[in-house]
Ligand binder design. Structure first.
Ligand SMILES: [Zn+2]
Length: 410
């Protein structure tokens, strides 16, 4: 049966749990699925249960020594923080050793792979796996709460299974460094990352000048935005760079990393998006897949540390986008979900609606120096700052894609 949309989910995703007080807590995934369910999104939806990624799958991106080290660590008798110089990054403050960490990480990777297989087989056009998006993991070390780079593994698999033009869009607050690293020299994969400026946030990469290497030059794009950026300037930046690049690249599939630590309440980053701005970004990426990739859209999760007030609502909007279910921002949060959330995290002031009331009306970018014509005072610092980044990024990358960096129609 072709359902055209699939939600890839396993309760085993909840075993990816670094420690009781680690910022990445699987409660966010549980509360997302219960909110999506409470709103009726999952009625009739195809839930696909993934298998864990095999060693052969993981070896697409990771080294044999690293995989062995992850297996060994997860079965050791000394979980927790071992020190800053732990081999392979396993046992640092960010990435403490936890029991069964190989198995827990392999199921997340298997989820993104399953989503890729569902789309490649033609069984579905869109698939979403909120457990994925571990975009910082490197070939032989854990990084930024990420053990196995599920999304790079899925892209690598797609490259071997009929796809040779893959667009990856990463809207997490942090630079998508691991995925960029995996494909920086591969012209078949366009990676685009929008993130908080590297001078102000770990991992301190993702400058406009990072454009790829060798034959992959021009298929790495970075748009860094300054701390405090709100919905409208963020969306202006997104639309000034992403649609033009996607149209020029002509992908067969769009892969989206949908980290939601860009939210104004996120404790680990300093961007200032609302749920509404994040929803607009998801819909924009879906629209790009519809327009340029025959609807093929693989969406994964990522960062997001507003475990109760942010992630569940944002990713419920993501699931709705993938399923093509109209979910209005002003929809009330079901009381049953509020009770569930309260029972898990009693101290949090719970949201009542699926919106933060954010303003997502952005002014389209209209070229360098265009702001005066739109009537925007040049002193609007937020726009000026985003435009500086837009111009730098377009000048670095657009000529390599055959586009005019100065022409707002490109
Ligand atoms: Zn992040």
């Amino acid at each position: 049966m072709v359902s055209n949309r699939a939600v890839v989910w396993s309760p085993d995703y909840l075993s990816y749990r670094w420690s009781a007080d680690h910022p990445m807590n699987p409660t966010r995934l549980e509360l997302t699925m219960s909110l999506a369910s409470g709103l009726g999104l999952l009625e009739g939806a195809e839930l696909v249960r993934p298998e864990a990624a095999s060693d052969a799958d993981l070896l697409r991106i990771h080294t044999p020594g690293y995989i062995e080290a992850v297996k060994h660590a997860g079965h050791s008798t000394t979980p927790g923080v071992l020190g800053p110089d732990s081999p392979h990054g396993l046992g640092t403050e960010d990435n403490p050793v936890f029991p069964q960490m190989h198995e827990a990480s392999a199921i997340l990777a298997g989820g993104s792979l399953t989503a890729a297989r569902e789309i490649a087989s033609g069984r579905t056009r869109r698939a979403v796996s909120i457990g994925g998006g571990m975009h910082h993991a490197m070939p032989d070390w854990a990084s930024g709460f990420c053990v196995y780079n599920d999304v790079a593994i899925a892209i690598s698999w797609l490259l071997d299974n009929g796809f040779d033009r893959i667009a990856y869009i990463d809207v997490d607050a942090h630079h998508g460094d691991g995925v960029q690293h995996a494909f920086a020299d591969d012209p078949r994969v366009l990676t685009i990352s929008l993130h908080q400026h590297p001078a102000t946030l770990w991992p301190n990469t993702g400058w406009s000048s990072e454009i790829g290497r060798g034959s992959g030059e021009g298929t790495t794009i970075n748009l860094p935005v300054l701390p405090g950026t709100v919905d409208a300037p963020w969306l202006r930046g997104f639309h000034a760079v992403v649609p033009g690049a996607i149209a020029a690249f002509r992908p067969q599939i769009v892969v989206s990393q949908c980290g939601v630590d860009s939210h104004r309440e996120d404790p680990l980053a300093d961007l200032a998006l609302t749920i509404d701005g994040q929803r607009a970004a998801f819909l924009a990426m879906r629209d790009l897949a519809d327009r340029h990739a025959e609807g093929r859209w693989l969406a994964v999760g990522g960062g997001g540390y507003g475990l109760v007030r942010v992630v569940p609502r944002a990713w419920t909007h993501l699931i709705a986008a993938a399923l093509d279910v109209e979910l209005r921002p002003d929809r009330a949060v079901p009381e049953s979900w509020r009770e569930r959330a309260h029972s898990l995290v009693p101290s949090v002031d719970l949201p009542v609606s699926m919106s933060d009331g954010g303003d997502v009306d952005y002014l389209p970018w209209d070229g360098p120096g265009g702001a005066p014509e739109t009537g925007i005072p040049a002193v609007d610092r937020a726009l000026t700052r985003v435009d500086s980044a837009v111009i730098a990024t377009r000048r670095a990358c657009f000529p390599l894609l055959g586009l005019d960096p100065e022409d707002p129609r490109d």
